[in-house]
Design a protein around this ligand. Structure first.
Ligand SMILES: [Zn+2]
Length: 443
């Protein structure tokens, strides 16, 4: 199905014998690295300095196997994707999965994952894993956050924006964030050291530094202060990460990515990227709210300032055109909850755009969710059946819709990777986007 599935047999023992783990020894950092295969040629309309285009294919080596990039990273928020087992994600060609440190800290608690032998072993996934730092979940308790905002926010700046109908539940200070648990209202504290401690116990191959998330609504002066605070937190994350790596002997090496914030300001993004590049991180996370129209530029500004041997993850991508813009401008990996979350509501991603299978016209439609799709759902089930299951709130409906949507994004990134290696990225991009948005599809 994808070029990763051929590795399956080699990786069967990775849960027991991850690369670079030795009894009595700290994790061997050499088990994590990135190598570039093909770089897109610089061009007149390249968004990086001097027309640089940072898009590339490559391989991320981790203690639990390789990730061929660019790659889509399915999200298993609470060490699970609703209705879809990790075995199925593997069959769909999924190379890696991302879970949320904050959710796992709340339930079942990071100690349980540590006892289980880490996130991968806990959820029976023998390929690479990521955790985010918890910063996004903790801070988005404070306000209504969206990764990309297409709306014009000029003239509406405020540091006190709270989503309608929400109570502010998170407060930032110099040392960290205090927040109330959405589960039970208990007061908790997150900081650089606490996030690192939790992520080390969860044991994912790739972790993220604890950063402050801002929104595009925040004022420029707040964004400036926030970038400096995120830098100070990044320094503390690196120090704590090194301490924990040395202390937790016998564990595989966990890579740490620094996160670049700076909202939609070029100078702030470049400055933040230089700060993160100056620290001893293994990779970089492109984070925070980004205005949709400059999402490619934002990636390019950051890549301009970053050593090329560090892999780059774009946190929380939502739309097909955004993925192309981010890949072209240097993103290597992308996580996205949309395929699962939208699928549960009946939104189906296809090469001809997104449609809702719960629309009346599909009630008697016995064709597949997408003609020509190779996924299990499309080769075995009909639109009419998926529509029925979703309406009846049957869990199998979640399963079937999610399988198709995850396959759509995994295959999209597989195809993009092939187009860069094959030298036809621009044609593939133009044709794919023209077809996808021909009917006015959103997302
Ligand atoms: Zn399908």
């Amino acid at each position: 199905m994808s070029d990763s599935s051929s590795n399956t047999s080699k990786q069967t023992n990775l849960l027991d014998h991850p690369r670079g783990a030795q009894t009595g020894q700290p994790g061997d950092r050499r088990a994590f690295s990135f190598e570039t295969r093909t770089r897109l040629a610089d061009s007149a309309d390249g968004k990086g300095r001097n027309g640089a285009r940072w898009g590339r294919t490559g391989t991320i080596h981790t203690p639990h196997g390789d990730i061929q990039t660019p790659a889509f990273v399915p999200v298993a928020t609470q060490a699970a994707m609703k209705g879809v087992l990790p075995e199925t994600i593997k069959e769909l060609g999924g190379q890696c999965m991302l879970s949320n440190a904050f959710h796992l800290f709340e339930r079942p608690g990071e100690q349980v994952l540590d006892e289980a032998g880490g996130l991968g072993r806990f959820m029976n996934w023998d390929r690479p894993t990521f955790t985010d730092s918890g910063g996004f979940q903790v801070l988005s308790l404070g306000a209504g956050f969206k990764k990309t905002l297409a709306m014009d926010v000029t003239g509406m700046k405020s540091d006190q924006v709270i989503a309608e109908g929400k109570e502010r539940r998170a407060f930032v200070d110099e040392d960290g964030v205090t927040f109330k648990s959405p589960l039970n209202g208990d007061e908790h504290r997150f900081s650089a050291e606490i996030s690192m401690g939790i992520q080390h116990q969860i044991g994912a191959d790739i972790m993220f530094a604890f950063d402050e998330l801002t929104t595009l609504m925040n004022t420029r002066s707040y964004q400036e202060q926030s970038v400096e605070r995120t830098y100070r937190w990044a320094q503390r994350c690196v120090a704590e990460h090194q301490r924990l790596t040395a202390e937790r002997v016998g564990k595989p090496y966990q890579a740490l990515y620094g996160v670049v914030q700076g909202a939609n300001y070029e100078d702030l993004r470049r400055h933040a990227a230089q700060q993160i590049a100056s620290l001893d991180f293994d990779g970089v996370g492109i984070g925070g709210a980004i205005e949709k129209r400059i999402i490619g530029n934002t990636c390019a500004w950051i890549c301009d300032e970053m050593p090329e041997d560090r892999p780059r993850h774009v946190l929380g991508i939502a739309a097909v055109d955004d993925i192309f813009a981010c890949v072209e401008n240097g993103g290597d990996t992308f996580d996205c909850v949309a395929p699962a979350r939208c699928g549960r509501n009946g939104a189906i991603f296809t090469r001809d755009g997104r449609y809702n299978v719960k629309r009346a016209e599909h009630k008697h439609d016995f064709g597949p969710l997408e003609e020509g799709c190779d996924c299990y759902t499309c080769t075995h089930y009909s639109r009419a059946y998926v529509d029925h299951l979703l309406r009846a709130r049957e869990i199998n409906g979640f399963t079937l819709a999610t399988i198709h949507n995850e396959r759509f994004f995994i295959k999209l990134l597989d195809d993009i990777r092939a187009s860069i290696d094959g030298g036809y990225f621009e044609d593939f991009r133009d044709q794919t986007l023209a077809r996808y948005y021909a009917h006015g599809s959103r997302g």
